[in-house]
Structures are given as C-alpha cells and as structure tokens.
Design a protein around this ligand. Structure first.
Ligand code: MN
Length: 426
C-alpha cells in the first residue's frame, strides 16, 4: 500500500503553524478524553485534535475493514494489533479527508463540531496499555560514560556490549503519560566511603533522554523475528524519560542489574508517531566494529535523524535547556533490538514498549542524563535563574522534545513534561 499520507506537498484545510510538529504529513495516534469526558482514539493536525471514533461512526473510514469499536477504546492496542496495512489505510484516509482540496468534512459544520477539538478541550491519556517494557542500553557514548563513572574508565564497555544490544526487563506498571507528576523515590543507598547502607530519599534523581518504539503482535512463543523483517512489527515511536535514582541504582545493580533505582517511573509522550511518518528521515546507523553476528546484521538506512532536547523548569521559573542530542547516535538500531529480543523465542506483543536507552551524543552538551552532563555532580549546570543543578530538585519539571526536519516538512513528537514532587507522605 502506498504511503500517500506522506506526500510533502499536501496542505490541510486545518490551520498548521509552520513550526508545528504536527503537519498533515504526521498523523500520529493517541488516546484522549473529550470535552464530554468520553475516551477515544484520535490524531492531531496542527493544534486540532481529531476524534477518530467519531470519524468512523460518521462514515469517513468506509471501505477500510475496521471493527465498529476499533477507535472507541481506552488504548491503541487493538488497532496496533491490526497491523501495518490498517495503520497505513487509516493514515492515508485521514490525510485525504483533511486535504485542503477535499470539501466533504471541511464544509460540514455539524460533523466538524463532533470530530474536531481544540487542545484545551481534551486531556491526553497513556496511548497504550503497556504489556511489557524492555529498556535497552544502545548508545555507545552513554554506556562508555556510565561505565567510566560506575566502574573503570579503562574498561568502560563490558566485552559483550559491542556484540549484542544489551537490555533489561523493566516494569510496565509505572509507565505514565505526560503531565503526570511523580514523587522522589526512597530507598537504600551506600554513602561515599561507608560500609553499610542507609535508608532515605534518593539524593540523585535523574532523567534519561530516550525514545521508545511500540510493537505489534510479532511472534509466538519459540519463534524469532528475522532482523530484515523486524521493522514490519514496529508501529511507531515516542519520547521516553526513563527516570533514574542514581544512588539507589549504584548500590543495587550488581549482579542482576537495574531494579528500584529505575522502576518508580518512566514517562512517555502521548502521541505515537508512526514509523511510516518517519520514513523521509532515515539515516545510516554508526558503523559497527566488530561486525555483529549474522542474526544481527542489517543493511542500509536503519536509523532516523530525530533531534532531541531536554530542559529543566524550576518551580515558577524559566526553562534551561541542558541537552541536545539525536536518535541517530544509537549504535544498535531498532531492527537489531527486536531481532535480538526474540532470537531465543521470547514473544513480543501489541503494545510492548522498547526503550532505546539513554541517547548520548559525542559532545558534553549532547549527553542524555544529568549523571553525564554534570559528570556525577562534579560540574553543576548553571540555570537561567542563577541556581545550579547537579541532579533534579523537588518541584523541577523536566521537559523533552523531539522532531525531524528536512527542506519540505517537520515531523515531531510534541512535548513530554513531568514534574518531580517530594517524597510521598501519607
Ligand atoms: Mn533507561
């Protein structure tokens, strides 16, 4: 099926600011509450949210095989499970209906009132019911930085790292959408120089700039997905802030890896941008040396040029940008991650979330966590209000953004905002 939704020349009859992340070529998918408090699946063009459930009921998807209630759900899981052919047909149709030359909905005021919402009339929800959450560790710069700080600068990368996309299984229960505040976690830490741990609030709460991909039903128990087919099972991407408590993490992570230092919260952006919409922004991944084993070998442009940034907003203050990085820095691409994940026969389902791992670039201003930006707190960041940050303070809000851009279009992810509150008190 052609990707007619990606036509860069198409204009919409809806107003789209030229700096918008959501031109008619994006057509992301999300879940929102409408002004009548009804939960629905929708998309967005410019600053207009579009109720796909209402569009379907009013006949705008006629001719596409969809069940009646496919969009009248509180998650995208069933729609994602329908597969790429359905995603494409729906994106193509939305592009057609909102095309500047199409009068059908444009001239139907009654229908427009039912289908279109201003952003301040809706409330974005978590777009998927996350079945399983896996977090990789796929940026060579990040793994090298963390290995240097936590272990040994001479042997920063462990020997397995260049041979496989290293990852761990996280918790799906603490994955949240944008604008949901979190509490500073408490736990055990080992103070510098001490030989016994203490209990208390984490002093080193950090963000991780990541992206995550969302899968469709991919394989049954025992089956593997070949690396050259892996992208067929990727629905789309979101921004992911994988919150981390560095002091808890440091004390607990040997020998079984991340646990309570990681699973208190991960925030994801609410609009899932499809892999199809990102197609014009393919780039080559970094060269892999040594050459991976055959089951992990990929050819061509397997990465995407996605500009990412993170900022910190103190309570009542202005945002200070602390990181500018790019998804293309990832050493291991998504196809390799999915092929590796299933090579032992582990099933991957619709609505699984796969984090990339922190995306650090080669320069200090492109590091994707405060741990690296301030080098364990030894080089604090100067904020616009004159204060300093080593890690994240109570009441700070961390903001992440991401977008792709070429001469024709800009496709983005919008914003992901999460405020850190003090420890939870009953
Ligand atoms: Mn992570």
């Amino acid at each position: 099926m052609p990707l007619s939704a990606n036509n860069p020349n198409r204009k919409s009859w809806l107003y789209v600011n030229k700096y918008s992340d959501f031109p008619i070529q994006n057509i992301p998918f999300g879940v929102f509450l409408t002004r009548e408090d009804i939960i629905t699946i929708g998309t967005r063009i410019g600053d207009t949210a579009i109720d796909l459930g209402a569009m379907h009921q009013l006949g705008y998807f006629d001719g596409i095989p969809l069940t009646d209630d496919i969009f009248l759900q509180d998650s995208l899981n069933d729609f994602i499970a329908d597969g790429r052919k359905t995603w494409r047909a729906v994106r193509n149709r939305v592009a057609e209906v909102f095309d500047a030359d199409n009068e059908r909905l444009k001239n139907n005021t009654k229908h427009k009132e039912i289908i279109c919402f201003r952003l301040d009339e809706i409330e974005m929800q978590l777009p998927i019911h996350v079945g399983d959450y896996t977090d990789f560790y796929a940026s060579k710069e990040h793994a090298t930085n963390v290995g240097s700080m936590f272990r040994d600068p001479e042997n920063a990368l462990l020997p397995n790292w260049v041979h496989m996309p290293v990852g761990y299984h996280g918790r799906s229960s603490s994955i949240i959408s944008t604008h949901i505040p979190i509490n500073r976690p408490q736990g055990q830490t080992l103070p510098e120089g001490a030989d016994k741990p203490v209990f208390g609030p984490s002093k080193l709460v950090d963000f991780e700039v990541e992206m995550a991909f969302i899968t469709t039903d991919a394989n049954d128990l025992g089956e593997s997905i070949p690396v050259e087919e892996a992208e067929e099972y990727i629905f789309g991407l979101v921004l992911l802030n994988d919150w981390s408590a560095r002091d808890i993490q440091k004390w607990e992570y040997v020998p079984l890896g991340p646990f309570l230092g990681k699973n208190f919260a991960s925030s994801m952006s609410p609009w899932i941008v499809t892999l199809d919409a990102l197609e014009p922004f393919r780039v080559e991944s970094p060269k892999q040396d040594p050459k991976p084993l055959p089951y992990l070998q990929t050819k061509g442009k397997q990465s995407f040029d996605i500009h990412l940034e993170a900022g910190i907003v103190p309570k009542g203050g202005k945002e200070t940008t602390v990181c500018k990085t790019n998804f293309k820095h990832m050493y291991w691409n998504m196809a390799q991650q999915l092929a590796h994940h299933t090579i032992n026969g582990c099933p991957v389902n619709a609505g699984d979330l796969m984090g990339s791992g922190t995306i650090s670039g080669p320069t200090e201003d492109s590091y994707g966590s405060m741990l690296e930006i301030t080098w364990k707190g030894t080089k604090p960041v100067k904020m616009k209000d004159g204060s300093e940050r080593k890690f994240i303070n109570d009441y700070d809000t961390v903001v992440m953004r991401g977008h792709c851009e070429n001469d024709d279009i800009r496709i983005g992810f919008g914003q992901l905002k999460t405020q850190l509150l003090p420890i939870f008190k009953k």
